[in-house]
Write a protein that binds this ligand. Structure first.
Ligand code: AMP
Length: 244
């Protein structure tokens, strides 16, 4: 193995679950040293979003990292100086979908990911397929700015009931969890449709009880959707068989 391949970075906001652990395991397989960053990045939260109440179970996270063979956990208190005034803005992939519903979100993601890359200098960095638009934005940023890192995309990990694992799932009441199961089920079903999965899923989600549809969109070969259940925003995506 070349020395340049030594460090693999898994950027996270903590409250680790099996989805994060899948990224860590993949990094463990491919890199000599695995660094996990845990940072609830304020710049990617909009006003009125869940920055303050975002779960921060630090001890549990550290124990999970230790058990998974992580070499170093980078958990800074704060990454921004009071007069921080430099931003990175990807102008194309960050349009629409979550970019439209969460103005400024991808600008915050891009700046923190670039800062983490500069601080940790990984040869490889690991991201989850669940956040499909985030991957598009980071891939484009890395390409456009010649950032010397290789991105690895890891498939979405789901609970046995089909719901994509997310640190935000813990906000869901049992009733809301049932709605999240229905959301995942409809998305999986739509992705198998031979004709117009976007239209079908949009129609079904509008009919479904207990959720507010944010968007349904096809991005490349991925059917992407976001809904709001109670106060919790859920996103998910699945590869479609047929794009027409
Ligand atoms: P977060 O802590 O939510 O910012 O997520 C950190 C990383 O874990 C991101 O690259 C996410 O895409 C990834 N991730 C989150 N949930 C899942 C999941 N269910 N399956 C795979 N990767 C995930």
């Amino acid at each position: 193995m070349r020395l340049g391949e030594a460090v693999g970075l898994v950027p996270t906001m903590g409250a680790l679950h099996e989805g994060h652990l899948a990224l860590i395991r993949r990094a463990r397989e491919e890199c000599r040293h695995v660094v996990v960053s845990i940072y609830v990045n304020p710049t990617q939260f909009g006003p009125g979003e869940d920055l303050a109440r975002y779960p921060r179970p630090r001890r549990r996270d550290l124990a999970l990292c230790r058990a998974a063979g992580v070499d170093l956990v980078f958990a800074p208190e704060n990454l921004y100086l009071p007069d921080h005034s430099t931003y990175v803005e990807e102008m194309e992939c960050s349009q629409g979908r979550d970019g439209a519903s969460r103005p400024g979100h991808f600008r915050g993601v891009a700046i923190v990911v670039l800062k983490l890359f500069n601080l940790v200098r990984p040869a490889k960095a690991y991201f989850g397929q669940k956040d499909a638009q985030q991957i598009d934005v980071i891939l484009r940023m890395v390409r456009d700015l010649d950032v010397p890192v290789k991105l690895v995309v890891v498939p979405t990990v789901r609970d046995p009931d089909g719901v994509a694992l997310s640190s935000r799932n813990r906000y869901l009441s049992p009733e809301e969890r049932a709605v999240a199961v229905e959301f995942a089920r409809l998305l999986q079903q739509a992705a198998k449709k031979k004709i117009n999965p976007v239209l079908w899923l949009g129609r079904e989600l509008k009919k479904a009880h207990g959720l507010k549809l944010d968007y349904v969109e096809l991005a490349g070969d991925r059917l992407c959707a976001a809904v709001v259940v109670g106060k919790t925003r859920l996103i998910d995506n699945e590869r479609v068989r047929n794009k027409t």
